[in-house]
Design a protein around this ligand. Sequence first.
Ligand code: APR
Length: 271
Amino acid sequence: MRPEIPPSLIEEVRAARALVVLTGAGVSKESGIPTFRDALVGLWAKFDPEELATPEAFERDPAMVARWYDERRVKVAECRPNPGHLALADLERRILGQGGRFTLLTQNVDRLHQAAGSRRVVELHGALRVWRCSRCGEEREESGGPFAEYPPRCGCGGARRPGVVWFGEVLPRRAVDEAEAAVRDCDLFLSIGTSALVHPAAGLLHEARGRGASTAEINPERTPASDLVDWRVEGQSGEVLPDLVARAFPDPPPVENGPGRRTHPGRQVPP
Ligand code: APR
Protein backbone atom coordinates (compact mmCIF):
# COMPACT_ATOMS: atom_id res chain seq x y z
CA MET A 1 0.00 0.00 0.00
CA ARG A 2 1.23 3.48 -0.88
CA PRO A 3 2.25 5.51 2.20
CA GLU A 4 -0.29 8.19 3.11
CA ILE A 5 0.93 11.75 2.52
CA PRO A 6 -1.23 14.39 4.25
CA PRO A 7 -2.58 16.95 1.72
CA SER A 8 -1.59 19.79 4.09
CA LEU A 9 2.06 18.66 3.89
CA ILE A 10 1.89 18.63 0.08
CA GLU A 11 0.50 22.18 0.21
CA GLU A 12 3.25 23.27 2.64
CA VAL A 13 5.98 21.89 0.34
CA ARG A 14 4.47 23.68 -2.66
CA ALA A 15 4.33 26.97 -0.77
CA ALA A 16 7.78 26.72 0.87
CA ARG A 17 9.96 29.82 0.53
CA ALA A 18 12.95 28.46 2.47
CA LEU A 19 13.15 24.70 2.70
CA VAL A 20 15.73 22.73 4.68
CA VAL A 21 16.03 18.96 4.31
CA LEU A 22 18.10 16.84 6.70
CA THR A 23 18.96 13.35 5.46
CA GLY A 24 20.55 10.30 7.05
CA ALA A 25 21.56 6.75 6.19
CA GLY A 26 17.95 5.67 5.50
CA VAL A 27 17.87 7.72 2.29
CA SER A 28 20.74 5.66 0.84
CA LYS A 29 19.42 2.31 2.00
CA GLU A 30 17.49 1.74 -1.25
CA SER A 31 20.77 2.32 -3.14
CA GLY A 32 22.21 -0.70 -1.36
CA ILE A 33 24.52 1.23 0.96
CA PRO A 34 24.76 -0.61 4.25
CA THR A 35 24.62 1.48 7.41
CA PHE A 36 27.77 1.49 9.47
CA ARG A 37 26.57 -1.35 11.66
CA ASP A 38 25.17 -3.39 8.76
CA ALA A 39 28.59 -3.21 7.11
CA LEU A 40 30.35 -4.94 9.97
CA VAL A 41 30.19 -8.37 8.36
CA GLY A 42 32.74 -11.02 7.36
CA LEU A 43 36.24 -10.13 8.49
CA TRP A 44 34.95 -7.01 10.17
CA ALA A 45 32.26 -8.71 12.27
CA LYS A 46 34.46 -8.72 15.35
CA PHE A 47 34.74 -4.92 15.48
CA ASP A 48 32.59 -2.27 17.13
CA PRO A 49 32.12 0.98 15.20
CA GLU A 50 33.98 2.71 18.02
CA GLU A 51 37.03 0.58 17.26
CA LEU A 52 37.12 1.77 13.66
CA ALA A 53 35.61 5.22 13.65
CA THR A 54 37.65 7.17 16.17
CA PRO A 55 40.88 9.18 15.97
CA GLU A 56 42.30 6.86 18.66
CA ALA A 57 41.64 3.80 16.48
CA PHE A 58 43.50 5.43 13.58
CA GLU A 59 46.41 6.29 15.84
CA ARG A 60 46.51 2.74 17.18
CA ASP A 61 46.20 0.94 13.85
CA PRO A 62 46.18 3.29 10.84
CA ALA A 63 46.55 0.43 8.33
CA MET A 64 43.46 -1.39 9.55
CA VAL A 65 41.25 1.70 9.81
CA ALA A 66 42.35 2.94 6.38
CA ARG A 67 41.64 -0.45 4.82
CA TRP A 68 38.12 -0.54 6.31
CA TYR A 69 37.26 2.91 4.98
CA ASP A 70 38.84 2.22 1.62
CA GLU A 71 36.73 -0.92 1.19
CA ARG A 72 33.66 1.17 1.95
CA ARG A 73 34.76 3.90 -0.44
CA VAL A 74 35.18 1.42 -3.32
CA LYS A 75 31.82 -0.28 -2.59
CA VAL A 76 29.96 3.01 -2.35
CA ALA A 77 31.44 4.16 -5.67
CA GLU A 78 29.48 1.34 -7.35
CA CYS A 79 26.14 2.47 -5.89
CA ARG A 80 23.71 4.72 -7.74
CA PRO A 81 21.23 7.32 -6.51
CA ASN A 82 17.72 5.96 -5.91
CA PRO A 83 14.36 7.64 -6.66
CA GLY A 84 14.49 9.40 -3.26
CA HIS A 85 17.79 11.14 -4.11
CA LEU A 86 16.46 12.06 -7.55
CA ALA A 87 13.24 13.48 -6.12
CA LEU A 88 15.20 15.70 -3.72
CA ALA A 89 17.26 17.08 -6.62
CA ASP A 90 14.00 17.75 -8.50
CA LEU A 91 12.52 19.42 -5.41
CA GLU A 92 15.52 21.75 -5.22
CA ARG A 93 15.03 22.79 -8.85
CA ARG A 94 11.31 23.40 -8.27
CA ILE A 95 11.85 25.52 -5.15
CA LEU A 96 14.65 27.55 -6.76
CA GLY A 97 12.54 27.88 -9.91
CA GLN A 98 9.87 29.70 -7.92
CA GLY A 99 12.41 31.99 -6.27
CA GLY A 100 12.72 30.11 -2.97
CA ARG A 101 15.75 28.85 -1.06
CA PHE A 102 16.70 25.23 -0.60
CA THR A 103 19.41 23.62 1.53
CA LEU A 104 20.10 19.92 1.82
CA LEU A 105 21.93 18.98 5.02
CA THR A 106 23.21 15.43 4.94
CA GLN A 107 24.85 13.15 7.46
CA ASN A 108 25.69 10.77 4.62
CA VAL A 109 29.24 10.46 3.35
CA ASP A 110 28.40 8.73 0.06
CA ARG A 111 27.91 11.76 -2.25
CA LEU A 112 24.77 10.21 -3.75
CA HIS A 113 22.83 13.47 -3.39
CA GLN A 114 25.37 15.21 -5.60
CA ALA A 115 25.33 12.29 -8.05
CA ALA A 116 21.54 12.72 -8.29
CA GLY A 117 21.96 16.40 -9.22
CA SER A 118 21.43 18.17 -5.88
CA ARG A 119 23.45 21.36 -5.86
CA ARG A 120 23.27 22.97 -2.46
CA VAL A 121 24.44 20.11 -0.27
CA VAL A 122 26.03 20.64 3.14
CA GLU A 123 28.02 17.59 4.23
CA LEU A 124 27.86 17.50 8.02
CA HIS A 125 29.93 14.33 8.40
CA GLY A 126 32.39 14.75 5.53
CA ALA A 127 32.79 12.46 2.52
CA LEU A 128 34.24 8.97 2.06
CA ARG A 129 36.06 9.84 -1.11
CA VAL A 130 37.96 12.81 0.32
CA TRP A 131 41.18 11.77 2.05
CA ARG A 132 43.19 14.17 4.17
CA CYS A 133 46.82 14.11 5.27
CA SER A 134 46.99 13.81 9.03
CA ARG A 135 50.25 15.78 8.99
CA CYS A 136 49.91 18.66 6.48
CA GLY A 137 46.12 18.65 6.07
CA GLU A 138 46.14 18.41 2.26
CA GLU A 139 42.85 16.99 0.94
CA ARG A 140 42.41 14.97 -2.25
CA GLU A 141 39.43 13.30 -3.86
CA GLU A 142 39.84 9.64 -4.71
CA SER A 143 37.81 8.02 -7.45
CA GLY A 144 39.95 5.04 -8.48
CA GLY A 145 40.29 1.48 -7.18
CA PRO A 146 41.65 0.41 -3.80
CA PHE A 147 44.82 2.04 -2.51
CA ALA A 148 48.10 0.19 -3.03
CA GLU A 149 49.18 0.67 0.59
CA TYR A 150 47.51 1.23 3.95
CA PRO A 151 47.44 3.85 5.18
CA PRO A 152 47.95 5.76 1.92
CA ARG A 153 50.76 8.33 2.18
CA CYS A 154 50.79 12.01 1.34
CA GLY A 155 53.67 13.61 -0.61
CA CYS A 156 54.90 15.01 2.73
CA GLY A 157 55.16 11.48 4.12
CA GLY A 158 52.18 11.80 6.50
CA ALA A 159 49.47 9.15 6.77
CA ARG A 160 46.28 10.05 4.91
CA ARG A 161 42.94 9.48 6.63
CA PRO A 162 39.35 9.42 5.37
CA GLY A 163 37.69 12.83 5.39
CA VAL A 164 34.76 11.71 7.51
CA VAL A 165 33.83 12.86 10.99
CA TRP A 166 34.71 10.23 13.57
CA PHE A 167 33.08 9.67 16.95
CA GLY A 168 34.40 12.27 19.35
CA GLU A 169 35.41 14.71 16.60
CA VAL A 170 33.82 18.08 15.98
CA LEU A 171 31.88 18.67 12.79
CA PRO A 172 33.47 20.85 10.09
CA ARG A 173 32.97 24.47 11.21
CA ARG A 174 31.90 25.69 7.82
CA ALA A 175 29.26 22.99 7.40
CA VAL A 176 27.83 23.73 10.85
CA ASP A 177 27.71 27.47 10.14
CA GLU A 178 25.94 26.86 6.83
CA ALA A 179 23.48 24.47 8.45
CA GLU A 180 22.68 26.87 11.26
CA ALA A 181 22.25 29.80 8.88
CA ALA A 182 19.84 27.78 6.72
CA VAL A 183 17.86 26.54 9.72
CA ARG A 184 17.66 30.02 11.25
CA ASP A 185 15.32 31.29 8.58
CA CYS A 186 13.65 28.25 7.07
CA ASP A 187 9.89 27.93 6.98
CA LEU A 188 9.81 24.16 6.43
CA PHE A 189 12.19 21.50 7.75
CA LEU A 190 12.05 17.89 6.54
CA SER A 191 13.89 15.15 8.45
CA ILE A 192 14.30 12.12 6.19
CA GLY A 193 15.85 8.70 6.82
CA THR A 194 17.66 9.63 10.00
CA SER A 195 17.33 8.14 13.45
CA ALA A 196 17.48 11.72 14.74
CA LEU A 197 19.73 10.56 17.55
CA VAL A 198 23.18 11.85 16.73
CA HIS A 199 23.86 15.43 17.77
CA PRO A 200 24.40 18.12 16.68
CA ALA A 201 22.59 17.15 13.46
CA ALA A 202 19.57 15.97 15.42
CA GLY A 203 19.34 19.30 17.27
CA LEU A 204 18.71 21.15 14.02
CA LEU A 205 15.10 20.01 13.93
CA HIS A 206 14.55 21.38 17.44
CA GLU A 207 16.15 24.64 16.39
CA ALA A 208 13.93 24.96 13.29
CA ARG A 209 10.85 24.16 15.31
CA GLY A 210 11.78 26.63 18.03
CA ARG A 211 12.02 29.34 15.39
CA GLY A 212 8.54 28.62 14.11
CA ALA A 213 9.23 26.46 11.03
CA SER A 214 6.84 23.66 10.13
CA THR A 215 8.44 20.23 10.44
CA ALA A 216 7.91 16.79 8.94
CA GLU A 217 9.54 13.39 9.16
CA ILE A 218 9.73 10.67 6.51
CA ASN A 219 10.86 7.35 7.96
CA PRO A 220 9.41 3.82 8.06
CA GLU A 221 10.20 3.67 11.80
CA ARG A 222 9.45 6.00 14.66
CA THR A 223 12.32 8.13 15.99
CA PRO A 224 12.77 10.60 18.86
CA ALA A 225 11.66 13.29 16.37
CA SER A 226 8.35 11.55 15.63
CA ASP A 227 6.44 13.16 18.49
CA LEU A 228 7.76 16.63 17.75
CA VAL A 229 6.98 17.02 14.07
CA ASP A 230 3.83 18.47 12.52
CA TRP A 231 3.61 15.64 9.97
CA ARG A 232 4.96 12.12 9.95
CA VAL A 233 4.97 10.03 6.79
CA GLU A 234 5.59 6.39 7.53
CA GLY A 235 7.38 4.98 4.52
CA GLN A 236 10.59 4.60 2.57
CA SER A 237 12.07 7.77 1.16
CA GLY A 238 12.50 6.19 -2.30
CA GLU A 239 8.74 5.74 -2.43
CA VAL A 240 7.43 8.76 -0.52
CA LEU A 241 9.63 11.49 -2.00
CA PRO A 242 8.84 10.96 -5.72
CA ASP A 243 5.14 10.92 -4.82
CA LEU A 244 5.39 14.01 -2.61
CA VAL A 245 7.29 16.05 -5.22
CA ALA A 246 5.03 14.94 -8.07
CA ARG A 247 1.93 15.95 -6.12
CA ALA A 248 3.37 19.26 -4.89
CA PHE A 249 4.57 20.16 -8.41
CA PRO A 250 2.37 18.40 -10.95
CA ASP A 251 3.60 20.53 -13.90
CA PRO A 252 6.51 19.18 -15.96
CA PRO A 253 9.88 20.38 -14.65
CA PRO A 254 11.48 23.51 -16.13
CA VAL A 255 13.87 22.79 -19.02
CA GLU A 256 17.37 24.14 -18.56
CA ASN A 257 18.54 26.13 -21.60
CA GLY A 258 22.08 26.79 -20.53
CA PRO A 259 23.25 29.20 -17.84
CA GLY A 260 20.63 31.57 -16.56
CA ARG A 261 17.91 30.53 -19.01
CA ARG A 262 15.12 28.37 -17.71
CA THR A 263 11.92 27.89 -19.61
CA HIS A 264 8.91 25.63 -19.51
CA PRO A 265 8.33 23.30 -22.41
CA GLY A 266 6.16 24.95 -25.02
CA ARG A 267 6.41 28.35 -23.43
CA GLN A 268 7.66 31.37 -25.40
CA VAL A 269 10.94 32.86 -24.12
CA PRO A 270 11.46 36.58 -24.62
CA PRO A 271 14.79 37.35 -26.36
N1 APR B 1 13.69 5.42 3.86
C1 APR B 1 13.74 6.29 4.90
N2 APR B 1 14.26 5.99 6.10
C2 APR B 1 14.75 4.75 6.26
C3 APR B 1 14.75 3.79 5.24
C4 APR B 1 14.19 4.16 3.99
N3 APR B 1 14.15 3.32 2.96
N4 APR B 1 15.33 2.66 5.71
C5 APR B 1 15.68 2.92 6.99
N5 APR B 1 15.33 4.17 7.33
C6 APR B 1 15.55 4.88 8.59
C7 APR B 1 15.64 3.99 9.81
O1 APR B 1 14.34 3.74 10.33
C8 APR B 1 16.48 4.86 10.77
O2 APR B 1 15.65 5.72 11.53
O3 APR B 1 16.80 5.51 8.50
C9 APR B 1 17.32 5.72 9.81
C10 APR B 1 18.79 5.38 9.79
O4 APR B 1 19.34 5.65 11.04
P1 APR B 1 20.92 5.56 11.34
O5 APR B 1 21.46 4.26 10.78
O6 APR B 1 21.10 5.85 12.79
O7 APR B 1 21.51 6.70 10.42
P2 APR B 1 21.72 8.24 10.69
O8 APR B 1 20.55 8.85 11.37
O9 APR B 1 22.17 8.80 9.39
O10 APR B 1 22.94 8.21 11.69
C11 APR B 1 23.61 9.39 11.97
O11 APR B 1 25.43 8.22 13.05
O12 APR B 1 26.53 6.21 12.62
C12 APR B 1 26.67 7.60 12.70
O13 APR B 1 28.02 9.12 11.52
C13 APR B 1 27.06 8.10 11.34
O14 APR B 1 26.05 9.73 9.89
C14 APR B 1 25.78 8.70 10.80
C15 APR B 1 25.09 9.18 12.05
